[in-house]
Design a protein around this ligand. Structure first.
Ligand code: C5P
Length: 408
C-alpha cells in the first residue's frame, strides 16, 4: 500500500466488540508506512486497552479531552489538523448518531467536527441496530456530507444473531483509506482493463496458455478505480483475488474475452489491454480427455481474433486505446509497429529478457510509446507504481480528447 506511506491516519475506536479487530487494522496501517494516531472513546477502552493500541501504533493513545498534559497545545485541534484521513473503526450506532447530529462530547467526536480531512466510518453492531431507521438515516446524512461508509459484512455476530453488522474485512478498510487519499482525477470515467492469460483448450482438461499472472492488469484496474473511475476488469484465469470496488468479469478463452471486452468498450473512455491473449487456439476441442497412444499427437492451431486490433479498427471518437507489447527482441521497433497497426494511443513495451520485468514479477520495467514517437522509459518500479505512471499518461490524453476540448 505505497499510497499510505508517510501519511498520518487518525484511527478512532468506539465501544463495540469489533474493537479488538481494530488492533489488527492499526498494525496493518502502521506496517504500510502510515503514521497512526489512535483515539479511543471511553466505551472502547472497556473492550481493549489503550496500551495495546499504543504498542501497535508507537504513539500515546488519545482518550481524554481534558488531560492537562496532552491538552497543553489544544491537542484535539492539533490532531484534527494533522490527519490526512480519519477512520472510525468500529463505528457504533452511538457514534454515527453523534456524528450526524454534530455532537462533540469526547476526544473522538470533537476531532471529527474539527477535521477537514476525509472521514471513513466502518459500522459494526448488532444487525437490528444497524437496520434501525435511525442508524440508516444517520448513515444517509453522513454519506450526503461526503463521509465514506465501509459497509459491514453479513454473518454471525458476537451477539448470537445473524445479519449485516460485522466489521468489514480489514483489507477493504485499508483500501478505503487509499481511496480517500487519492485525488479523484478519473471521477465519472468508465475504463475497461483486461488482464491475465487466456486458456485455449484442446480437450476438457488440457489447454494452451502462458505464464501471465494478471498482476499488471489488476494493478491498473485498482489504481483507475482509486482515482474514481468505474472500472470493468476482464480477466483470464488468475490466482488473484477480485480487486475491491472493481467490477470483475472472469473469462477463459480469447473469444470469451473478446466478447466481454467489446461489449464493455462501447461506453468506455479508455480501454487498456494488459491481458496476454493467446494468439492461437486449437482448431478442435475433443469432447473427452484425449487418450495417450504410442503415436505423436498433432494439434492444429488456428488464429484467435486480435481484440485490440478490432477495437482500433473501429475506434470510438475520443476513446483512448492502450496496448502492451511484451517482447524478447527489438522492443521499440516491434512496439512502434503494433502501436501503428492496431491504431493505439499508447503502447507499453516491456522487454521480457530484463530482470524485474514481465510475467509473474511484482515489478516491471517498461517504456511508454505514444503516437508522436515519444518514448518514456520508466525505471524498475513496482507494478502499483508502474500502473500509476501509465494512468497519468492516459489521463493526460483523456483531457486532450474530452468533448469540447479544441486541442485535437
Ligand atoms: O501483437 P501482440 O499480441 O504482441 O500485441 C499485444 C497487445 O495486443 C496486448 O495489449 C494484448 O492484450 C493485445 N492482444 C489482443 N488480442 C490478441 C493478442 C493480443 O487484444 N489476440
Amino acid at each position: 500500500m505505497e499510497r499510505l506511506r508517510g501519511k498520518t491516519l487518525l484511527v478512532g475506536l468506539t465501544g463495540g466488540i469489533a474493537a479488538y479487530k481494530a488492533a489488527e487494522l492499526v498494525r496493518l496501517l502502521t506496517k504500510s508506512g502510515a503514521g497512526v494516531q489512535v483515539v479511543m472513546t471511553r466505551a472502547a477502552q472497556q473492550f481493549i486497552t489503550p496500551l495495546t493500541l499504543q504498542a501497535l501504533s508507537g504513539r500515546p493513545v488519545l482518550t481524554d479531552l481534558f488531560d492537562l498534559g496532552l491538552e497543553s497545545e489544544i491537542g484535539h485541534i492539533q490532531a484534527a489538523r494533522s490527519a490526512d484521513a480519519v477512520i472510525v473503526a468500529p463505528a457504533t450506532a452511538n457514534v454515527l448518531a453523534k456524528m450526524a447530529a454534530g455532537i462533540a462530547d469526547d476526544y473522538l467526536t470533537t476531532v471529527l467536527l474539527a477535521t477537514e480531512a476525509p472521514v471513513i466510518v466502518c459500522p459494526a453492531m448488532n444487525a437490528k441496530m444497524y437496520a434501525h431507521a435511525a442508524t440508516q438515516d444517520n448513515l444517509s446524512v453522513l454519506r450526503r456530507r461526503g463521509v465514506m461508509v465501509v459497509e459491514p459484512e453479513a454473518g454471525s455476530l458476537a451477539c448470537g444473531e445473524e445479519g449485516p453488522g460485522r466489521l468489514a474485512d480489514l483489507s477493504l478498510i485499508v483500501e478505503a483509506a487509499c481511496r480517500a487519499l487519492t485525488p479523484q482525477t478519473l471521477s465519472g470515467a468508465r475504463i475497461v482493463v483486461s488482464a491475465g492469460p487466456t486458456w485455449e483448450p484442446f480437450d476438457p482438461v488440457r489447454f494452451i496458455t502462458n505464464p501471465s499472472s494478471g498482476k499488471m492488469g489488476f494493478a491498473l484496474a485498482l489504481e483507475a478505480s482509486r482515482r474514481g473511475a468505474h472500472v470493468d476488469l476482464v480477466t483470464g484465469p488468475t490466482a488473484l483475488a477480485h480487486p475491491p470496488f472493481v467490477a470483475t468479469h472472469r473469462v477463459t478463452t480469447a473469444r470469451d474475452m473478446e466478447q466481454a471486452v467489446k461489449a464493455l468498450a462501447r461506453d468506455a473512455q479508455a480501454v487498456i489491454m494488459a491481458a496476454a491473449v493467446s494468439d492461437y487456439r486449437p482448431e478442435d476441442t475433443a469432447p473427452q480427455k484425449i487418450k495417450k497412444s504410442d503415436d505423436d499427437l498433432v494439434i492444429r492451431l488456428v488464429r484467435n481474433p486480435d481484440i485490440l486490433a478490432g477495437l482500433g479498427a473501429d475506434k470510438q471518437p475520443g476513446q483512448i486505446l492502450v496496448g502492451f507489447a511484451a517482447e524478447t527482441e527489438q522492443l521499440l521497433e516491434n512496439a512502434t509497429e503494433k502501436l501503428r497497426k492496431k491504431n493505439l494511443d499508447l503502447i507499453v513495451a516491456n522487454d521480457l529478457t530484463q530482470p524485474g520485468a514481465g510475467f509473474r514479477c511484482d515489478t516491471n520495467v517498461v517504456k511508454i510509446l505514444d503516437r508522436s514517437g515519444g518514448v518514456e522509459a520508466l525505471p524498475c518500479l513496482s507494478k502499483e507504481e508502474t500502473a500509476r505512471r501509465i494512468l497519468d499518461r492516459i489521463e493526460a490524453l483523456m483531457r486532450i480528447t474530452k468533448p469540447g476540448s479544441d486541442s485535437r
